[in-house]
Design a protein around this ligand. Structure first.
Ligand code: G4P
Length: 532
């Protein structure tokens, strides 16, 4: 039986990721959440900005040079009775496989959409991973203070492009210069919008009016007020009811409108979101579901990050705790290596700094020193427990280069370096079907990883390399590993390779080629993710 304190701690946890296309407002929204939680005092301090005085991680020169954050971090803060963990998913050029993996550690996702643009490419990719996991997805349609697309069109866009049902929890009155406020469908009240930018302060003064209040008609203008009434009627008649069970299964997304920059609609969103999401739920293992409250401490590694401290070449493994309470001084069990160990230097990676911690709970993410034994997806439990959490899939890279080593004398160093970096999961390496280690192809999800690879091979392993860009953009695992790729038909312009585990894969230049190869090779099955 879980003790009361443990139960209380776990039940107040909400662990989620924010996904969006670059520039939709993820950073701004995160900042506003942190402001509500009192975790930061000024906006502009989260990450990603070249001049940010609190850049979360500047552990690599390459990050400093570019003013971006290559690695993702976790922000923890308290708000009301909740303990919130926001898993930051790197976007922009630093988009990488880690961005996908972070979603494996989240219990739900907030999808930020730019109201003037609708669903954009990167959102689609991240969304697919959320769908694969069936986690709840909450939509925040941002930038309503700018000219927006029609709200119904935005919902249609989400439904048709992403294939998820939507249920607006609130509804905007106008947009851009004519943005007047937001109607709360449950409370039947309108919160009016004040057209002031609040900069770093908490929020603009907000006033709520009942929908029947005559003052509202004047404030919103008669035209927009009447339009609102019509739209409410339409929504009440046609939109999906807010079925929380469907939300939990990731089949229905509650939709909110707002403007993160002016902090309008953010608090409403946060409050509804926290009410509708759950604390950590049981996770699947090879021995069935593991209950976060009943089971002793357990978790899995979802990310490994090297050389955070330049003076020591250390690696930090990021662990999502899935059950129980982690206590720093207790021995734990690493299932894959069958070793008992103490996790040294457990830290919580916060907005501004890293804090060594003595305990943490299911729902939390901690960084622990990796003595070189952890791999992505590994399970850590208490001695006596031997179950393994479901593995983290390998996601398909989208950019490929051939690596040419410039100094062949350092072959051993090169192979060691590239193997270690691939183990951390920053890159994937592939070999030509027959050429063995003589021809190495590297695949990445985000192109920045090529620079990181080059930089690290030079600086950590003393190996100079040249990267030759390859035209492939799509990779698919062949489902049946015994398939002889050399015998497949229609293989002109398609490259057959193997991954580090010897699995056969095909590289394609476009999606059309994938369809051609599938058509011409009956029975061939290709996979976009590979379950480990
Ligand atoms: P991201 O993390 O998703 O990439 O987006 P980010 O929050 O950095 O926002 C991208 C740009 O959009 C920023 O402007 C930001 O100020 C602006 N923005 C975010 N939310 C809103 C909103 O609700 N309304 C309006 N009008 N703008 C919004 P920037 O000029 O690119 O950066 P900055 O110099 O202002 O930081």
């Amino acid at each position: 039986m879980a003790d009361n304190e443990l139960k209380k701690e776990i039940e107040k946890r909400r662990t989620f990721a924010i996904i969006s296309h670059p520039d939709a407002g993820k950073t701004t929204l995160t900042e506003k959440f942190l402001l509500y939680g009192g975790a930061i005092n000024t906006a502009g301090s989260v990450k990603g900005k070249a001049n940010s005085k609190y850049a979360v991680s500047d552990w690599m020169e390459i990050e400093k040079e570019r003013g971006i954050s290559v690695t993702s971090s976790v922000l923890q803060f308290n708000y009301k009775d909740y303990c919130i963990n926001i898993l930051d998913t790197p976007g922009h050029q630093d988009f990488s496989e880690d961005t996908y993996r972070t979603l494996m550690a989240a219990d739900s996702a907030v999808m930020v959409i730019d109201a003037s643009k609708g669903v954009e490419a990167q959102t689609i990719k991240l969304f697919k991973v959320c769908v694969m996991r069936h986690i709840p997805i909450f939509t925040f349609i941002n930038k309503m203070d700018r000219e927006a697309k029609d709200s119904f069109e935005l919902l249609d866009d989400i439904e048709s492009v992403l294939g998820i049902r939507t249920c607006p929890v609130n509804w905007p009155i106008g947009s851009g210069k004519r943005f007047k406020g937001i109607y709360d469908r449950e409370a039947k009240t309108v919160r009016t919008f004040q057209a002031v930018s609040t900069g770093g302060s908490k929020s603009a003064a907000e006033t709520d009016y009942s929908i029947q209040d005559p003052a509202l008609k004047e404030l919103a203008t008669e035209e927009l007020y009447n339009q609102l009434l019509e739209e409410i009627e339409l929504l009440d008649g046609a939109s999906d009811p807010l079925d929380l069970e469907l939300v939990q299964k990731g089949e229905l997304s509650p939709v909110f409108f707002g403007s993160a920059l002016t902090t309008f609609g953010v608090e409403t969103f946060l409050n509804y979101f926290l009410k509708m999401t759950t604390p950590p739920l049981p996770r699947m293992s090879n021995e069935g579901e593991i209950d976060p409250l009943a089971a002793p401490f357990s978790g899995f590694v979802f990310k490994i990050q090297a050389n955070m401290n330049k003076a020591h070449r250390d690696r930090i493994a990021f662990l999502r705790i899935c059950s129980g309470r982690f206590e720093a001084d207790k021995e734990v069990y690493h299932v894959q290596s069958k070793r008992r160990l103490k996790l040294s230097q457990p830290q919580q990676i916060m907005a501004q700094d890293r804090q060594v911690i003595s305990q943490a709970y299911a729902g939390d993410v901690i960084g622990v020193f990796d003595p070189g034994i952890f791999s992505i997806g590994d399970t850590i439990t208490m001695p006596g427990q031997k179950f393994e959490y479901e593995g983290i899939p390998t996601f398909a890279p989208e950019h490929f280069c051939r690596i040419v080593q410039l100094n062949s004398m350092k072959r051993k160093q090169f192979v060691k370096g590239i193997t270690q970096i691939a183990q951390e999961g920053a890159i994937q390496i592939f070999q030509e079907y027959s050429a063995g280690m003589s021809e190495i192809i590297v695949g990445v999800v985000g192109v920045l990883q090529f620079d990181v690879l080059k930089y690290r091979l030079e600086n950590e392993y003393g190996c100079e390399i040249r990267l030759e860009s390859l035209p492939y953009e799509y990779i698919r695992w062949i489902k049946d590993p015994s398939t002889d790729a050399a015998k497949l038909r229609r293989m002109n312009n398609v490259k057959a390779v193997r991954d580090m585990k010897g699995n056969p894969l095909l590289l394609f230049v476009n999606e059309w080629m994938i369809r051609m190869v599938l058509e011409d090779n009956e029975g061939l099955e290709l996979l976009e993710f590979r379950k480990n």
